[in-house]
Design a protein around this ligand. Structure first.
Ligand code: NAD
Length: 476
């Protein structure tokens, strides 16, 4: 593991690595072999308080730092992350189980891109505008409490910290307990950049203790949370009680709608790749595939063929495309959903709950495709967060819209058609924050966030920056 080696039994608060006030620790396990790869302190409310006080003390100075200088620090942070890319990827593979090729690509590449995008935005953003006889100032909100999940552990941190710093806010991060090591690597990179003490702070710990203390802290002005809808609801209630600004990036059950004239082979192939990436642990994954009823059998056959390319394996092998799930808890959860799908009458065409041959250790699950799924089934309604696809038939376009919009979620989605304008017209009818047309590629500057119970607020690009700003109007 190199970088850690048990060195960091500490938390990064007020510009230095200091021991936690309590003695509790969290063991970090490698999901591929269940071996301990590190230990971090389990922070308490007192640690959170120390971090928030440091962030509060640093806020006036950082808020008054010219945007161009904040931009320069973010550019330096991007470079530090890029220089540590191999360590970042190795760490994410060790604690999350992401295949090394995916860890070296998306998992470490996206945060470098996002950090760079905020360096550029901070440099050219106008933090002032003129409206009639008013000058409107865009001022930083204050101290940010960021609570992040394990599925894209560095990206989720950077997608909050970079815009917060660009805006002039100071930050306390509480990373997921399954993946705190890459958060420590991030703190190392921040330290190397030489940000003023207290501008960025890291408190490791479990959600109901450190996370809750951060969300509740009276001196936190904005809580930004990514994770489950269940925890998001609680954090929203706590933040609401304190009249804090709130951003929630929650679950999804996104639809991949294949219109009758689409290239079925391509749409199904890309759809399978989308769902199985990161072992299905992606909030924006297209976990429901909607296919015209008269092409249903053909689509299921194509899905079976495409799924055969995803064989679970050792995440350290560069050829592996599908690693284990993050934890035993997540494995239980995913298997539970697969059982539920069978019990409710769906048909497994690939995968299932049997153990993966040759992989007795580790939290591996078979990538699974369900056919004969109806929209009301649990596996078509709830977020599973594993490599499990539900294929549903639809009768006509209106039926497809009804099914696509028929969950409590609305995070992402896809539409495929031979005619781009037809696909775009269909996309306008979807109640969701993003839609990829004919496999349109990820845009790190486009706003990302949910309709309905998928969340509040937007991350990335200028819309992500706006979350961390508040306005003051001066009338002349
Ligand atoms: P979670 O919501 O429990 O955890 C996310 C973060 O919130 C972690 O840092 C955790 O420590 C913290 N947290 C937990 N309880 C808290 C509390 N009471 N107060 C404050 N912070 C708290 O998610 P999980 O257990 O890691 O995963 C469970 C499910 O959540 C997954 O199966 C998946 O459906 C969903 N999930 C979604 C995303 C996403 O990106 N939308 C990411 C991870 C998980």
């Amino acid at each position: 593991m190199g970088v850690h080696d048990g060195l960091y039994d500490r938390m990064y608060i007020d510009g230095r690595w200091r021991p936690a006030l309590g003695d509790d620790t969290i063991e970090v396990l490698n999901p591929a072999d269940e071996q301990v790869v590190g230990r971090v302190p389990a922070g308490t409310a007192e640690d959170v308080d120390a971090a928030v006080r440091a962030a509060r003390a640093a806020f006036p100075g950082w808020a008054a730092t010219p945007p161009a200088e904040r931009a320069a620090r973010l550019a330096a942070l991007r470079d530090e992350l890029a220089a540590r890319r191999e360590d970042i990827a190795a760490t994410i593979t060790a604690e999350l189980g992401a295949p090394i090729s995916f860890a070296q690509g998306v998992q470490s590449g996206a945060p470098i891109t996002v950090a760079g995008s905020y360096a550029e935005l901070a440099a050219r953003h106008s933090f002032e505008e003129r409206i009639g006889n008013s000058t409107v100032l865009h001022e930083p909100v204050g101290v940010v409490g960021a609570i992040t999940p394990w599925n894209y552990p560095l990206h989720q941190i950077v997608a909050k910290v970079a815009p917060a710093l660009a805006a002039g806010c100071t930050v306390v991060v509480k990373p997921a307990e399954d993946t705190p090591l890459v958060a420590q690597l991030f703190a190392e990179a921040v330290h190397a950049v030489g940000l003023p003490a207290g501008v960025f702070n890291l408190v490791t710990g479990v959600g109901p203790v450190a996370g809750q203390a951060l969300a509740e802290h009276p001196d936190v002005d904005l809580v930004s949370f990514t994770g489950s809808t269940e925890v998001g609801r609680r954090i929203g209630a706590v933040a609401g009680g304190g009249i804090k600004r709130l951003a929630l990036e929650l679950g999804g059950k996104s639809a991949n709608v294949i219109l009758p004239d689409a290239d079925l082979g391509r749409a199904v192939g890309v759809g399978i790749a989308n769902v199985f990436a990161n072992s299905g642990q992606t909030c924006s994954a297209w976990t429901r595939m909607l296919v015209p009823a008269d092409r249903y059998a053909e689509a299921v056959e194509l899905a079976v063929a495409a799924a055969a390319k995803y064989v679970p394996g050792d995440p350290l092998d560069p050829a592996t495309r599908l690693g284990p799930l993050v934890s035993a808890k997540q494995l239980d959860r995913v298997r539970g959903y697969i059982e539920r799908g069978v019990a409710e009458g769906a048909r497994i065409v690939v995968g299932g709950t049997d153990p993966v041959e040759g992989l007795e250790r580790g939290h591996y699950v078979r990538p699974t495709v369900f056919a004969d799924v109806t929209p009301d089934m649990t596996i078509a309604q709830e977020e599973i967060f594993g490599p499990v696809l539900a294929v549903l038939p639809y009768a006509d376009e209106d039926d497809a819209v009804r099914i696509a919009n028929g969950t409590v979620y609305g995070l992402s989605g896809a539409v495929w058609s031979a005619d781009e304008a037809t696909a775009a017209a269909f996309a306008r009818r979807l109640h969701t924050g993003q839609v990829d047309i004919n496999g349109g590629r990820f845009n790190p500057l486009a706003p990302f966030g949910g309709y309905k119970q998928s969340g509040l607020g937007r991350e990335l690009g200028v819309h992500g920056l706006a979350e961390y700003l508040q306005t003051k109007s001066l009338q002349f």
